[in-house]
Design a binder for this molecule. Sequence first.
Ligand code: NAP
Length: 276
Amino acid sequence: MSNVPVAVVTGSNKGIGFAIVRALCKQFPGDVYLTARDTSRGQEAVAKLQEEGLHAHFHQLDIDDLQSIRTLRDFLKEKYGGLNVLVNNAGIAYKVHDTTPFATQAEVTLKTNFFGTRNVCTELLPLMKPYGRVVNVSSMVSSSALGGCSKELQQKFRSDTITEDELVELMTKFVEDTKKSVHEKEGWPNTAYGVSKIGVTVLSRIQARMLNEKRKGDHILLNACCPGWVRTDMAGPKATKSPDEGAETPVYLALLPSDADGPHGQFVSNKTVRTW
Ligand code: NAP
């Protein structure tokens, strides 16, 4: 078993995830894993970094596929005895003008952005080593979508006592409500991506609380963040930040020094804690 520190970035064959891997290859003192659902896209991305003189390792990971997550988990356990840095970056978004029915968009978007990310956390958080760092890439859209929720939902999503099961129930209810076309009547905003990212931010707050309760002495720091508006296939060419600039806040959170006691359980953008 290797004692080398290890970092994993989900959905990192392109976009912000790729830029996070590039930055970690330069700054993280250990093995960095670029992961992708498609092996050839992932290996091409590793080769691209190689041309820049950077060495990333590759492992397949489709966050929609529990078996794929568990295969990575077993690999990390066996080869490294755990994990030091986890960046949950993988995500999807329908284009604004996409004509796919809203209920389908809701189901598909929540499946990856919320349920997939949660499954990765369920399988990999127990592997986090002391002083580990976990970064869940959410979005400022989670804040604006929160503002578009009913007062009752806002109260639940801001609660300091909401449980993971209750959050899962709410995310499931959103998808069910869109199928019955009652989501607006039920207090939801009209954005599947926004609700999925509310899920990621609130999940991060809950997970940080659980770490405080169960593993306080391990000094693990876990946060949600927004990378900013970044020129990728998701956000398009008009966005204001380059992928390398978009990687800055996630990488800052991934590399918080071992004597840092925060941020933890926060929503961070431009390296600054935001009010949720
Ligand atoms: P992107 O260029 O579309 O890249 C998304 C990455 O996620 C791709 O590598 C994609 O793989 C991967 N992915 C999607 N579904 C996956 C799955 N089931 N399993 C594993 N990987 C999967 O988007 P991006 O702009 O870099 O976005 C990265 C993250 O930042 C997302 O969580 C996004 O919501 C968030 N974000 C982006 C912006 C922005 O302005 N760009 C703003 C706020 C937040 P494939 O190549 O196989 O599709």
